[in-house]
Design a binder for this molecule. Structure first.
Ligand SMILES: CC(=O)SCCNC(=O)CCNC(=O)[C@H](O)C(C)(C)COP(=O)(O)OP(=O)(O)OC[C@H]1O[C@@H](n2cnc3c(N)ncnc32)[C@H](O)[C@@H]1OP(=O)(O)O
Length: 541
C-alpha cells in the first residue's frame, strides 16, 4: 500500500460517473492517505493517436465541471475510509495563468490513469506519461504508473467533459468571493464547499474561520480543534487544490465577519445549513451602503457511515463524537513511574457522570479508587485532617455528633475561593497518599489498570503521578441542572460550584481521552468499551 497517489481522469463526465466507484475502489486498494484527482478531459483524437502526449491544459470552468467536482466529492464520501481526497482545480480557470508546475503538498507515489489503451503491447507510453505528469506536478522520487482496467466507453465528439445530461453553461465567476465556517476536522463537506468557492473565485477568496466565542452551543465544543489548526488546515487545502488564487483565511467573531465592512466582496458561498445567513448578511450590507452579494448554496453531503447516534449529513460534530474514547492527546512517557499498576486519573466537572463511567470501567476489569470518598475520610473525627480543618474553619462547621458537617463546610468554601484553597491544601496531599496506597493494594490483588476517580486531579497537580488522564465532559448548563437536582441546590449555588472548577476546554486540553455521558446509556457504554479496548492495545505495545 502506498500513502499518496494522483488519479488522472481523462474520460467524459458520463463515463467517469458510470465508473467512479470502480475507479475509487481500485485507487483505494493502492493509496491509503492522500489521493489527488486531476480532471483533464481529452479529445478522442488524443486518446487514439500514437503520440499520446498527455499535457496539463487550462479548462474553463463550466456548470458541468462544477457538477463533476461536486459529484466526485459526494461519491468519495461514501467510501467511509478517511482517505484525504483532493480534487485539483488549478487548471480550471478562465484566466490564462497560473501555469504549471504545480507541486502538490503531499506529493504522489503512484499515478493512476483511466485509459487502458495507453499501455498496449504494441505501444507502451508509460515513460512518456510519467515524464509529462512530473513536468506538471513535480514530485520527489519516481512515481509508478498504474493503468486501471476499465470498460471502453463511447468517445464523445467534443473534447470536453460535457455529459449526456445537457449542455453546459459557462460558470458565473467573481473576483472576490467569501465563505465562513468552523472547519473543525476538515471533512469532505468542507472540501466540497471550499472547492466550489474556489471555482467561483477569479482572484481572491476570503474564508472566515469561527473563533471560540462562537462555539459554546455546539455539540462537544470542547473538542473543537484550536483556531490556528483549523485555519492552517483550510489554507493548506486551498493552496494545494487551487494554486494562483489569493487566499485570506481570517478569524471571525460573529456570523458577518468581513462581509460587514469589505466593499469588494461580490459572492457569498453558503451551505444548506447556513442558507439563512445570506439574506441577513445582505440586509446588513444594504443598511451600510455596501453592495449586495450573490448567494451560492452548496448541498450537504450525507454521511453513509453514520451510526445511530450521529447526524445523517457529514458533520464535524459526528467526527467529534467518534473521537470520544480514542486517544486525543498522545501519552507522554513517564519514566519515573513504575509500568504497573497502570494508573488512569478520571476527572471531570461536578455532575459530569464520572462515577457511572468508573463503574463501567470496573466491570471491564479495572480496579477503581473513589477519591471523593477518600477526601471525606481524611477529616472524619480522629483522622489526620480533622483537627487541621476545625482549626482553620472553626467550631461552626461541626454537627451535633462532633463530625465535620460537609454541607456546612461546602457552603463556606464554595462562597470563598481563598477558603476553598485552604481546604484543598489540607485535604489533597492526604487523599493522594491514600489513593496511591489503595491502588497498590488493588494491584497486589491482581488489577493491572487502576482508575483513580478524582474530580480535581488536574487542579491538584497529580498528572505527573499518573500514566494517563481521562476526562468526562457534559455541557456546563447540563451540569448545573444535574447538581441542582442531585445536591438540592439553587441555580445560583449550582452555577457557583461549576464556575469554581476548571473549564471543560482546559481539562480536555490536558487529557489523553475524553468521554461524554450526555446521551443514551448504550452510547456511553460504546465510548467506554472503545476507550478500554484502545487502552489495552496501548499497554500491549
Ligand atoms: C484531587 C481530588 O480530586 S480529591 C477529590 C475531591 N475532593 C476534594 O477536593 C476535597 C475537598 N472537598 C471536600 O471536602 C468536599 O467536597 C466539600 C466539603 C467541599 C463538599 O462536600 P459535599 O457537599 O459532600 O460534596 P462532595 O464531596 O460529594 O463533592 C460534590 C462535588 O463537589 C465538587 N468538589 C469537591 N471538592 C471540590 C473542590 N475542592 N473544589 C471544587 N469543587 C469540588 C466535586 O466535583 C463533587 O462533584 P462530583 O461528585 O460530581 O464529582
Amino acid at each position: 500500500m502506498l500513502k499518496t497517489g494522483l488519479l488522472i481522469l481523462t474520460r467524459p463526465a458520463s463515463a467517469i460517473y458510470k465508473d467512479f466507484n470502480k475507479i475509487l475502489s481500485h485507487a483505494t486498494k493502492i493509496v491509503s492517505s492522500t489521493l489527488y484527482v486531476h480532471i483533464q478531459p481529452i479529445s478522442p483524437n488524443e486518446v487514439n493517436s500514437t503520440k499520446r502526449h498527455f499535457q496539463i491544459k487550462a479548462v474553463p470552468p463550466d456548470s458541468e465541471i462544477q457538477k463533476l467536482v461536486s459529484k466526485l466529492y459526494f461519491q468519495s464520501a461514501g467510501l467511509c475510509n478517511g482517505l484525504d481526497i483532493r480534487i485539483f482545480l488549478g487548471h480550471l480557470t478562465n484566466n490564462h495563468g497560473p501555469t504549471p508546475p504545480f507541486p502538490l503538498k503531499n506529493g504522489y507515489q503512484v499515478i493512476l490513469v483511466d485509459q487502458p489503451q495507453w499501455v498496449s503491447e504494441s505501444y507502451d507510453c508509460r515513460a512518456e506519461i510519467i515524464s509529462n505528469v512530473k513536468a506538471s506536478f513535480p514530485t520527489a522520487g519516481e512515481p509508478r504508473l498504474e493503468v486501471m482496467e476499465l470498460d471502453t466507453y463511447e468517445p464523445e465528439s467534443t473534447p470536453s467533459v460535457v455529459s449526456h445530461h445537457g449542455p453546459s453553461a459557462p460558470l458565473q465567476t467573481y473576483d472576490n468571493v467569501i465563505l465562513g465556517g468552523t472547519f473543525d476536522r476538515l471533512h469532505m463537506g468542507h472540501k466540497l464547499i471550499l472547492s466550489q468557492a474556489c471555482l467561483l473565485a477569479n482572484r481572491r477568496l476570503v474564508v472566515g474561520v469561527t473563533a471560540e466565542n462562537m462555539h459554546t452551543k455546539k455539540v462537544l465544543h470542547e473538542l473543537i480543534e484550536d483556531i490556528a489548526k483549523r485555519k492552517g488546515n483550510v489554507l493548506n487545502f486551498l493552496e494545494d487544490v487551487k494554486p494562483g488564487l489569493k487566499f485570506e483565511v481570517v478569524p471571525i467573531h460573529d456570523v458577518n465577519g468581513p462581509t460587514d465592512y469589505d466593499p469588494d466582496l461580490q459572492c457569498l458561498v453558503l451551505s444548506q445549513e447556513t442558507i439563512k445567513g445570506g439574506p441577513m448578511i445582505n440586509s446588513l450590507r444594504k443598511d451600510k451602503g455596501l453592495s449586495v452579494l450573490a448567494e451560492y448554496v452548496v448541498d450537504l453531503i450525507s454521511d453513509e457511515c453514520h451510526s445511530q447516534f450521529e447526524e445523517e449529513k457529514i458533520s464535524s460534530s459526528s467526527l467529534r463524537k467518534r473521537a470520544l474514547g480514542t486517544l486525543i492527546n498522545p501519552v507522554e512517557p513517564k519514566p519515573n513511574l513504575p509500568t504497573r499498576p497502570y494508573l488512569i486519573g478520571l476527572c471531570g466537572g461536578i455532575g459530569s457522570g464520572k462515577s457511572s463511567i468508573c463503574q463501567r470501567l470496573e466491570k471491564l476489569g479495572a480496579g477503581t479508587v473513589d477519591c471523593d470518598k477518600l477526601g471525606h475520610q481524611v477529616y472524619v473525627k480522629g483522622a489526620h485532617g480533622y483537627d487541621k480543618i476545625v482549626e482553620e474553619f472553626g467550631q461552626d462547621i461541626l454537627g451535633v455528633d462532633g463530625e465535620i458537617d460537609r454541607k456546612v463546610l461546602g457552603a463556606v468554601v464554595f462562597n470563598d475561593k481563598g477558603k476553598l484553597q485552604r481546604l484543598n491544601h489540607i485535604v489533597w496531599p492526604e487523599v493522594q497518599k491514600l489513593a496511591l496506597q489503595q491502588a497498590e493494594k488493588l494491584h497486589q490483588e491482581g488489577k493491572d489498570v487502576i482508575v483513580l476517580e478524582a474530580a480535581l486531579l488536574l487542579e491538584a497537580g497529580w498528572k505527573e503521578k499518573l500514566h494517563e488522564v481521562w476526562t468526562v465532559v457534559v455541557p456546563e448548563g447540563e451540569a448545573v441542572t444535574r447538581i441542582m437536582e442531585r445536591n438540592k441546590l439553587s441555580r445560583e449555588e449550582a452555577s457557583k460550584r461549576v464556575n469554581n472548577q476548571m473549564s471543560n476546554v482546559e481539562r480536555v486540553s490536558l487529557s489523553n481521552v475524553v468521554l461524554c455521558a450526555l446521551w443514551e446509556y448504550d452510547y456511553t457504554q460504546t465510548q467506554v468499551e472503545r476507550a478500554w479496548t484502545l487502552l489495552k492495545k496501548r499497554m500491549a505495545l
